[in-house]
Design a protein around this ligand. Structure first.
Ligand code: FES
Length: 340
């Protein structure tokens, strides 16, 4: 048996068959825990074993760094108990989908290029059985979008907007050569086209930790869940001082500025900075990586912030290093995305 305890104290008991992972056993018991790749590479099923022995199967060190593993952190999609286990889940019970992952049809209502190889995809969910357009989710969560006609080909993208009653879902998607969903968006996607959206899913989100400052660090389209968080803060007029650092390779990759300006206009105490790694001669802003910008800002910060990071693994590693010794590791929250 495995006892899973959520951050808000809810207990869930599941029983693993021999060789079965905790994630599979929970799904079999009707509880879909936050997860994405289900193969030890993304890190979204992280949790902490507080008691008991287990086998941890093959996984990427990027998904679970050695120092976190040494503190008892595991990936539930790779964890097979050897004896009764007690596991602390780092999220509230609202992130567990007891009826399984919802699947809804959605219509494409916007498909807009916003930067080189980057599009904003806007969907409207079909009405539910009661005729509602409920698009309720937490900032930081993602949906898996299914390539039409290709059952089993799904890609996870973070939601950039906030929960609403108009059925709206907004995504920023980097078009990758040969990517299954990228190819669909380039070649076949049309306004009015329909696809299936699986979710919302995922445990990444804002943590209630008093009024400490919140810093957000994004690499490219890793901006999406962080934009959702600062939009949420603006909607609720949350008083934490907030800063966002967006890193891109070149000026042609910059996007999201109008959206961040809109947040800055509504949220007192919010500011943002765009960092370009390889700028052209006309670039007036910061040069370098967002991790460098964070390191420089931390040196002058009057108060140690909580840090939220989303981007590719090298960015997460760079921010982890930049904050080491200043921000406690359990106050650096991250979601790494993988090129698919
Ligand atoms: Fe376990 Fe991705 S779901 S590492």
């Amino acid at each position: 048996p495995v006892t899973l305890t959520t951050a808000d104290g809810e207990e869930l008991q599941v029983t693993c068959a021999p060789g079965q992972t905790v994630l599979e056993a929970a799904a079999e018991a009707g509880a879909a825990l936050p997860a994405s790749c289900r193969s030890g590479t993304c890190g979204s099923c992280r949790a902490t074993v507080v008691q008991g022995g287990y086998e941890l199967g093959a996984h990427s060190p990027a998904a679970l760094p050695e120092e976190r593993r040494a503190c008892g952190e595991v990936l539930l999609c790779r964890t097979v108990p050897r004896e009764p286990l007690a596991v602390a889940l780092p999220y509230e019970s609202s992130r567990i989908l007891y009826g399984g992952i919802p699947v809804r049809e959605a219509e494409i209502i916007g498909l807009d290029p916003v930067a080189r190889d980057t599009v904003r995809l806007t969907l409207r969910l079909a009405e539910d059985e009661a005729g509602g357009l409920d698009a309720q989710f937490e900032p930081g969560q993602f949906m898996e979008l299914q390539v039409p006609g290709e059952e089993g080909v799904k890609r996870a993208y973070s939601l950039a907007n906030t929960g609403n009653w108009e059925g709206l879902l907004e995504f920023y998607i980097r078009l990758r050569p040969g990517g299954a969903f990228s190819s669909y968006l380039r070649q076949d996607a049309r306004i009015g086209g329909r696809l299936l959206a699986h979710g919302p899913q995922g445990a990444f989100g804002l943590h209630e930790t008093g009024l400490r400052p919140r810093w957000f660090v994004a690499g490219g389209t890793g901006l999406a869940p962080l934009l959702a968080m600062v939009r949420h803060m603006a909607e609720w007029q949350e008083p934490h001082p907030a800063r966002l650092f967006l890193g891109v390779n070149e000026e042609a990759d910059v996007f999201g500025v109008a959206e961040l300006d809109a947040v800055a206009a509504e949220l007192p105490g919010f500011g943002y900075e765009v960092c370009v790694w390889k700028p052209g001669p006309s670039w007036q802003g910061r040069v370098g990586t967002p991790a460098d910008a964070v390191a420089a800002a931390l040196a002058e910060a009057p108060e140690v912030p909580d840090v939220y990071v989303c981007g590719p693994p090298p960015l997460i590693d760079a921010v982890t290093q930049a904050t080491a010794g200043i921000v406690p590791p359990d106050r650096v929250f991250y979601e790494r995305f993988l090129a698919t």
